[in-house]
Design a protein. Structure first.
Length: 267
């Protein structure tokens, strides 16, 4: 059975684990390696179950420990060529990914990675490059979209494929507008290469979901400009305006920022 754990989701660090009884991959390694090892032990899973690493983009909260995890366990790292180059340039990544462990992904090109059929697709964000993942395994389609400036037609298509969806609900627009951030940062966040707000997240789900969507997790919430209950209630309200009832049509949850969420069985 396919399972999913979030080991952190937010600007403090992002890391997601998708695994079967015999194979596993990590998406992003933005949490500390010591903390990650402790989380795996606490959850009764082993880092030996991780066989691959996928990276969305080259911001520190997604890649901080990628070189350490890859090097310590000799794990191949899959990312676009641009993201690999960005990792090399990022001073927050003190241990780089060894050249022999780097594998390039191309947007829109499906690749079989162990038991997982993986299709990366473009996601607008102000990083060197950014991709979401549509992953199929054991008859289940799992999609992850984080650090989303805006929802494109291509992204909408993959949302529609998902049985299980992880999607960014980064901020509440009013909290951001009246919050402590400097204006240049507020402008960056609300831009088409920034982050997705709660309402836009709800609309993306409502407009593009399919009838076979089973579970949605809201990810990458801002600590300063959002709150888990506010994000959930806002998305639920938007969904209701489209005649969709969270908890009935599909499950809706918020991933915790700094501690694990899960595990979940995907079937």
């Amino acid at each position: 059975m396919l399972k999913f754990i979030s080991f952190g989701s937010g600007s403090s660090g992002n890391c997601y684990f998708l695994y079967t009884p015999t194979d596993g991959l990590v998406i992003d390694v933005g949490v500390g390696i010591r903390g990650l090892k402790k989380h795996f032990k606490d959850y009764g899973v082993s880092l030996a179950q991780v066989h691959y690493i996928l990276i969305t983009h080259d911001h520190a909260d997604h890649i901080k420990s990628v070189g350490s995890l890859s090097g310590d366990y000799h794990l191949p790292v899959y990312a676009t060529h641009e993201v690999h180059s960005g990792i090399d340039r990022n001073y927050c990544v003190t241990r780089k990914v060894a050249p022999e462990l780097r594998h390039n992904l191309e947007k829109g090109v499906n690749v079989q990675i162990g038991e997982f059929s993986v299709t990366p697709f473009g996601v607008p964000h102000d990083s060197t490059d950014n991709i979401g993942f549509c992953i199929e395994a054991e008859g289940v389609t799992f999609c992850l979209l984080t650090d989303v400036g805006k929802v494109t037609d291509e992204m909408a298509e993959y949302i529609g494929r998902a049985d299980y969806l992880v999607i960014e609900a980064n901020h509440d627009t009013e909290m951001l507008a009246h919050g402590p951030y400097p204006q240049h940062l507020k402008t960056r966040i609300v831009s088409g290469t920034g982050h997705l707000n709660n309402v836009a997240c709800g609309e993306a789900i409502a407009k593009h979901m399919s009838e076979h969507l089973r579970h949605v997790w809201l990810c990458h919430l801002s600590e300063e400009n959002n709150h888990p209950e506010l994000a959930r209630k806002t998305v639920e309200s938007v969904l209701r305006s489209y005649g969709i009832v969270a908890g009935k049509d599909f499950e809706l949850e918020v991933l915790k920022r700094t501690i694990p969420t899960g595990p979940y069985e995907l079937f």
